[in-house]
Design a protein around this ligand. Structure first.
Ligand code: PLP
Length: 212
């Protein structure tokens, strides 16, 4: 079933008219390692997790598989060390302090940690992410951190008008041609995100089923 769902989601991606490469991230939060294993067996390689402890359990359980792990959830300062030690990508860098800690805590024997700057694209007080005004300054600062490789931006728009928010994110992204990665789009709005230039889509429910 997970295999069929992956094929269906991939077909939706392929159906959207786009020129950029789009990578599907299977968001496995709250789902057991056995579900992730099924997806791996079906050829899926990129997985997204939101909660550190359950993510570490799955990373440990699946350590013999060739998996690329993406941390996509809110980050508390006391969690940065284990994130820096266990993940390939972090999408949810939402303030400079977190970037600095990840940089200090990335082990020397691992490559640079790929990071995305999370942007509060609708300027919603309840959402994390840097404001549009802060982007320029924070980008400059993160680029100076030598154990991080800043690749682009991530956003979680308000679902009431995600189309406009994706378009705004894409416009901002164009100002930074060397930061070409755009992580946006979830189960209900992946088509619109890809039309607006998403290069990573983060899909949970439509692959693994609804969460409780
Ligand atoms: C849970 C989550 C997703 C996946 O959402 P679905 O609606 O299940 O596809 C994507 N991105 C983030 C940041 C999430 O927390």
């Amino acid at each position: 079933m997970i295999k069929d769902n992956l094929a269906k989601v991939q077909a939706r991606i392929d159906k959207v008219n786009h020129t950029q490469a789009v990578t599907l991230i299977a968001v496995s939060k709250t789902k057991p390692a056995s579900d992730v294993q099924q997806a791996i067996d079906a050829g899926q390689r990129h997985f997204g997790e939101n909660y550190l402890q359950e993510a570490l359990d799955k990373i440990q359980a699946l350590k013999n598989s060739k998996v690329c792990w993406h941390f996509i959830g809110p980050i508390q300062s006391n969690k940065t060390k284990q994130i820096a030690q266990n993940f390939d990508w972090v999408h949810s860098v939402d303030r400079l302090k977190i970037a600095k800690r990840l940089n200090e805590q990335r082990p020397d024997n691992m490559g640079k940690l790929n990071v995305l700057l999370q942007v509060n694209i609708d300027n919603e007080p309840t959402k994390s992410g840097v404001s549009l005004e802060e982007i320029d300054e924070v980008v400059t600062q993160i680029k100076s951190l030598d154990k991080l490789s800043l690749k682009g931006f991530m956003c979680i728009p308000n679902p009431d008008h995600s189309q406009q928010s994706f378009a705004r994110m894409a416009e901002i992204g164009k100002r930074y041609p060397d930061l070409a990665t755009l992580s946006m789009g979830m189960s209900h709005d992946l088509e619109s995100a890809i039309q607006n230039g998403a290069t990573f889509v983060r899909i949970g429910a439509d692959i693994f089923g609804k969460r409780d």
